[in-house]
Design a protein around this ligand. Structure first.
Ligand SMILES: Cc1cc2nc3c(=O)[nH]c(=O)nc-3n(C[C@H](O)[C@H](O)[C@H](O)COP(=O)(O)OP(=O)(O)OC[C@H]3O[C@@H](n4cnc5c(N)ncnc54)[C@H](O)[C@@H]3O)c2cc1C
Ligand code: SF4
Length: 338
């Protein structure tokens, strides 16, 4: 690991002051579960590491503290909240099972006890070419994507138009997008709110990250409205833990008179950004949730997939993830959920 200077500011404002206007020379440290790996692998070689661990209130949850049961306005989750605290919070479990299921399946216990909400949203992609210090692909200043014609079994299946075919690695992201969440961000010019539906981007060079933050901006908290949505997240995984999903679907909708309203379906781990499946959500609206409806909506959600040479199998996995997430959210889980 390259030597660096370590800073532990006491406020987010002080932390912002330590950041620069380019990606690379300075890195933020939250739980360190991704950053330390990147440093040890010489993918990240910062001169300065700015720790967020000394900031008071950065890990706090707001929304139910003054009112029990929770306020209708929803929750605010501090960006420093540990994934395990999100997964185990009783109120969050009741209102946002899509989020707590996703947080509860992230990595393994050690990762969840250290990893944070902000770190989950801002973690770097897991492309094996990217993670190899000897490979200089597009995202590391090179001129080529090695996955396009290479080993791409875990890469994007919604790949058309993308020069880099990573999948966004965050399992919390699809759930939060389905729930209509937004991130509060602090930078040198002050605060701004970014809807999580617009938080991610498909990077194409070393000067871009997987999200739209500037190098000197920090996520301070995530707000989730309480819209009384039925919601769920379903992941298809190779291994039960210490791995990322092969495909994930998060869904949220209202059930009025037994019919679906205001549906949102978001696919994870299938494209450089979470995929908001608008047509599939429309196909679900106005319907009663049955096995046949959920199957048809799953097919609709993947109809534009363009898999690469080795990942055609992921299309079916994503389709099934949508079907199962819909059935779970509607309270109709099958044998696979019992
Ligand atoms: C074996 C293993 C399995 C995993 N499985 C999954 C999985 O299934 N699903 C999943 O989603 N993830 C998975 N992960 C990734 C894990 O969730 C992330 O490593 C973790 O969430 C990162 O959080 P952190 O606080 O440790 O971030 P750090 O490592 O401290 O930081 C990660 C990145 O985020 C940036 N960052 C951190 N906080 C902020 C902030 N507040 N504002 C702006 N930038 C910030 C940092 O600068 C850095 O670039 C897995 C990791 C491992 C090692
Ligand atoms: S998918 Fe992206 S990160 Fe992976 S080799 Fe291609 S350009 Fe690099």
């Amino acid at each position: 690991m390259k030597n660096f200077t370590y800073y532990q500011p006491a406020s987010v404002k002080d932390a912002v002051g330590l950041l620069g206007d380019k990606w690379g020379p300075v890195e933020l440290l939250a739980g360190g579960t991704d950053l330390l790996d990147l440093q040890k692998e010489y993918i990240a070689q910062p001169d300065k590491v700015v720790s967020l661990t000394g900031i008071k209130g950065f890990s706090e949850i707001g929304g139910y503290t003054k009112k029990d049961p929770p306020a209708e306005s929803g929750f605010t989750l501090g960006a420093g909240m540990k994934l395990s605290d999100i997964a185990e919070n009783a109120y969050l479990k009741k209102l946002y099972p899509a989020l707590t299921t996703a947080a509860g399946m992230d990595g393994g216990p050690q990762i969840r006890n250290m990893g944070t909400l902000g770190g989950s949203l801002c973690q770097r992609n897991r492309c094996w070419y990217f993670r190899d210090e000897h490979v200089h692909c597009l995202l590391k200043g090179g001129d080529k994507c090695y996955a396009l014609d290479g080993e791409n079994q875990y890469h994007a299946i919604f790949s058309q138009g993308h020069k880099c075919v990573i999948v966004n690695p965050s399992t919390l992201a699809p759930a939060l997008i389905a729930l209509g969440a937004s991130a509060q961000v602090l930078g040198p010019k002050g605060e701004r709110t970014v809807s999580l539906a617009k938080f991610f981007q498909a990077p194409t060079s070393a000067t871009e990250r997987e999200h739209v933050l500037a190098p000197n901006e920090i996520v301070t908290l995530v707000s989730i409205p309480d819209k009384g949505l039925k919601n769920a997240s379903y992941e298809v995984r190779h291994k039960q833990s210490y791995d990322w999903p092969l495909a994930q679907a998060a869904v949220a909708f209202k059930l009025e008179g037994g019919k679906v309203k205001d549906a949102r379906i978001v696919l994870g781990h299938v494209a450089p950004t979470p995929v908001i499946a608008t047509e599939a959500a429309k196909a679900l609206e106005g319907k009663e949730v049955t096995d046949d409806v959920a199957t048809a909506v799953g097919k609709e959600a993947v109809k534009d997939a363009k898999p690469l040479s080795q990942n055609g199998y992921k299309v079916r996995l994503a389709q099934v993830a949508v079907k199962r997430a819909i059935l779970i959210a509607a309270g109709k889980p099958k044998y696979w959920e019992l």
